[in-house]
Write a protein that binds this ligand. Structure first.
Ligand code: SF4
Ligand code: SF4
Length: 364
């Protein structure tokens, strides 16, 4: 009988868990290998989850290879599911009648997402949840979350510094950890998680398994560190507003806004009316981002014309203003903006350099 606590079982129990979700009618969204990239997609079979594959990530670089032990998060975050890049709000018919899309928020299970992505959902809860976004809340209400703890973080990960990984702390239904090819540790995080785990053939983890488990997470934690500390970081970054570092880094930036798009917590959007050939129109909500030139264009001009100012705003928002607005950092340390930046700009290095600049001038 499963209650709280930590359990262990064989790899096959993960398949049972996956099938149990499907049997309960959940749409399962999980990592899936597509065109050489591990995406977050609807999957209908456990065999589609890329166990046995590994991704290799570095600033501006991403590849996958078969035969690796652990995959990490790809470019898609839960944001793509809970807060889609393009959402139809309503349709205006040529006769001026308004049609709203039918029910489109099925009960959804996020399966094998990473702890940093779980943390990003909790950040989004404060933002989208806080403003009462009905689309976000409709999906969020019917969401079940199965997290895969990381025992092998990638080269761009820094969840350990941000306090979001490599182990999921709360907010999940089940967290599991693959310790080796046929040993998985399970932890329930909700009543539903307990109920689902009760259907598996698992048993309370022995002392030996627990030791292995804590060692693996400790090693992972040491690997996922950034070269800066969080203590006083918001203040130090604000003291670094005039640091030349922002201008120097922005020389390499293309202003493509790719970092905004892959970031699991960037939440800006635009609302656009698209005319249709029959005389009707559709109103859509689409992602927007502070890196794009037009983002800060308002009546009377653009208040962030320079790319360096947009870059600086993004860094400051994630690591300073967000803390003042929402009480948490806007960055969960997933490293996506580093991996997927075509210029290989490393956010960790920018922050480290700004902090060094501030301290060299007696600040901080
Ligand atoms: S700022 Fe970069 S590292 Fe931080 S959450 Fe966004 S994409 Fe991940
Ligand atoms: S992804 Fe890189 S190049 Fe593109 S806007 Fe972000 S920092 Fe600049």
């Amino acid at each position: 009988m499963v209650s709280g606590g930590i359990y262990s079982g064989k790899f096959g129990e993960l398949r049972k868990l996956f099938n149990a979700l499907r049997l309960r009618g959940y749409r399962v969204i999980a990592p899936k290998l597509e065109d050489g990239v591990i995406r977050l997609k609807e999957v209908t079979s456990f065999d589609e989850v890329p166990y046995g594959w590994e991704d290799i990530q570095a600033p501006g670089k991403y590849s996958v290879r078969e035969g690796g032990k652990h995959f990490r998060h790809g470019p898609d975050a839960p944001k793509r599911i809970l807060y889609p890049p393009r959402l139809e709000l309503f349709r205006l018919r040529p006769d001026w009648s308004v049609e709203y899309p039918k029910e489109r928020f099925p009960p959804t299970a996020l399966f094998a997402i990473k702890p940093c992505d779980l943390a990003s959902i909790s950040v989004m809860d404060r933002v989208q949840g806080g403003i009462g976004d009905p689309y976000y809340l409709a999906l969020r209400k019917k969401l079940i979350i199965i997290v895969e703890n990381c025992v092998e973080p990638g080269a761009t990960c820094f969840c350990s510094t941000m306090g979001t990984g490599p182990e999921a702390r709360d907010g999940f239904d089940i967290a599991y950890t693959r310790l080796d090819d046929n040993l998985v540790v399970f932890r329930p995080g909700s009543d539903l998680g307990v109920e689902l785990l009760s259907e598996l053939n698992i048993e309370p983890a022995t002392d030996e398994v627990l030791r292995k488990y804590y060692d693996a997470l400790k090693n992972a934690s040491l690997k996922a560190k950034a070269p800066f500390e969080l203590e006083r970081l918001p203040d130090e970054l604000e003291l670094g507003l005039n640091s030349p570092v922002f201008k120097e880094v922005a020389e390499r930036c293309f202003g493509c806004a790719g970092c905004n798009m892959v970031c699991p917590t960037c939440f800006c959007f635009d609302v656009i009316d698209e005319p249709e050939l029959d005389g009707g129109a559709v109103r859509v909500r689409v992602w927007d981002g502070c890196f794009s030139y037009t983002y800060a264009e308002v009546a009377g001009g653009n208040f962030r014309k320079d790319l360096w100012a947009r870059y600086r705003h993004w860094v400051l928002h994630k690591f300073a203003y967000w803390v003042r607005q929402f009480g948490v950092f806007g960055c969960v340390g997933c490293g996506r903006c580093i991996t997927w930046c075509p210029a290989g700009i490393d956010l960790r290095e920018t922050i480290k350099s700004v902090v060094e600049w501030v301290r060299s001038r007696g600040g901080g």
